[in-house]
Design a protein. Sequence first.
Length: 116
Amino acid sequence: QLQASGGGLVEAGGSLTLSCAYRGRIFSQYAMAWFRQALGKEREFVARISANGGITNYADSVKGRFTISRDNAKNMFYLQMNSLKTDDTAVYYCTEEAPDGGYDYWGRGTQVTVSS
């Protein structure tokens, strides 16, 4: 199970931190990721973090503004979002990366709305 939280309404230029609580398999063995889906658009990749947290990847649109991190002791991972733009408005989903690199499990998303 994955449960995202921390969304809300923020002004452009502001910051938010999303959290994802993980329950299920051994958290520290799996890479995790954040995706987002804006109204009327397809779900898109935002950021990924390796199982031990040593490798992170970001979509070009968020690179330099967002930071993904994890706490394996707490079965939690996070998305720190700075310098938010109106284009960042979306429902954000946290997910677990399957061994084949796919994403099959999705928790309930959290809405992020950035106002101008």
